[in-house]
Design a protein around this ligand. Structure first.
Ligand code: 2AM
Length: 388
């Protein structure tokens, strides 16, 4: 796309950042274009098509309606058919072009993406006139009145805040990470010194001999490193994060995360992520230990220490626990000698009592990700499919 276009529809990493463009070519991404009729979605769609010629575009042929909540099956049947086909064919880039004002329709699309293991990017053109209903009325091919557009604008301006923001692993990186987690658990389950210490710290009700892989049976479906948990806007101050310039500028951008350690506790299995300076910009200032925890772990640890990928949880344990477990281990690492230290092929394995083991990797594992949000609400139950 030429600079002329980007001046009109705005700067986006997926159009202007080479690292992101290369990453998106190997990722599986659903672009959901969102905006008022005439705001520049089709120029944006064209620019995406130019950049990713193999992409699949799905657009509604129906005129826009103010109340999209009246979800009309015919209206979306053809688009959904196209999407299903694209998911089945494993198209790398799928673009769905409609106004996408109604939360219900967005929920449907983002749930489909989740079920098909696609990363969602909800993007709106940044044209100067995108919210100017008088101008849009003269511009839209559908001959909408200013009143109709004003009524649509209300739904559009209901900002879509996701369940959480984070870095989402590309399929191949997620596969590698899962394999690393499996190997890690397998290696531990064959170590006498580990089993002896760990089994005393867990509840194991089965008659069978303790089995580590079976114990950590809850596995997240979408591997990611959460930056900000928002609960769709319910979490205090999340709106400021969601609307911040740094999130706007980095939304859809590719990042390579460095995994520097794997850890296991009686509750969770996780991967510690060491953030670089650019990644730290997206790390919320108030987060360390304050979400889901009692704050006691946050003292004195370097900024961003909680960054991690949840790999598995024990029964009845929620994914949020992984970050708290990591902070706890890092605190112990600072102040205490390990009770066990074992050199293994990939690094040094240390135990800090009460079943807390960390493998500090000699060579970090690099994972490719895109920065985005997790949006679907229609999960049954939500924690089973995305987290633990
Ligand atoms: P995680 O980042 O440790 O995996 C959906 O539940 C995702 O949001 C999970 O991946 C989870 O943890 C994260 N999450 C859930 N509740 C949270 C909270 N209160 N604070 C921070 N992250 C949370």
């Amino acid at each position: 796309m030429g600079a002329k276009h980007s001046k009109v529809i705005g700067n986006f990493p997926f159009l202007n950042d080479n690292g992101t463009i290369e990453t998106i070519k190997e990722a599986h991404t659903l672009f959901v274009l969102r905006g008022l009729p005439g705001s520049g979605k089709s120029i944006l769609g064209k620019a995406i098509k130019e950049k990713y010629p193999q992409s699949l575009a799905c657009a509604s042929k129906f005129p826009p309606v103010a109340d999209e909540a009246e979800t009309d099956c015919d209206r979306y049947a053809q688009v959904d058919e196209g999407l299903e086909w694209g998911f089945k064919e494993i198209k790398n880039v799928i673009v769905v072009d409609d106004n996408h004002l109604a939360a219900k329709r967005l929920d449907h699309l983002t749930s489909l993406a989740r079920d098909n293991d696609y990363i969602v990017l909800i993007v709106s053109p940044k044209t100067e006139w995108r919210n100017d209903c008088e101008k849009l009325a003269t511009q839209s091919q559908w001959k909408l009145t200013v009143e109709q557009l004003n009524s649509m604008k209300q739904s559009y301006q209901e900002y879509i805040i996701p369940y959480f923001f984070g870095w989402f692993l590309l399929r191949r990186s997620a596969q590698e990470m899962r394999k690393n987690a499996e190997d890690f658990l397998k290696q531990l389950s064959e170590m006498e010194v580990f089993l002896k210490e760990f089994v005393g710290c867990v509840e194991w009700h089965s008659e069978e001999k303790f089995n580590l892989q079976e114990y950590f049976q809850k596995k997240p479906r979408t591997l990611h490193c959460t930056t900000k948990f928002c609960n769709y806007g319910e979490v205090p101050v999340c709106r400021a994060y969601a609307e911040s310039k740094v999130v706007e500028d980095n939304y859809s951008k590719a990042f390579t995360l460095q995994v520097v350690a794997l850890f296991v506790t009686p509750r969770t299995v996780g991967a510690r992520v060491l953030l670089n300076k650019n990644q730290e910009l997206l790390w919320p200032k108030e987060q360390e230990g304050d979400d889901g925890g009692d704050g006691k772990e946050k003292a004195d640890l370097p900024f961003g220490s909680r960054a991690h990928i949840t790999l598995a949880c024990a029964p009845r344990v929620k994914a949020v626990q992984t970050g708290l477990d990591l902070l706890h281990i890092l605190k112990l690492e600072e102040g205490k000698q390990p009770t066990h230290e074992v050199d293994v092929e990939k690094g040094q394995l240390c135990c800090y009592d009460e079943g807390q083991w960390i493998l500090n990797l000699t060579k970090p594992i690099e994972v490719k990700t895109l920065f985005s949000g997790f949006y679907p609400k229609k999960t049954e139950p939500i924690t089973e499919s995305v987290g633990c």
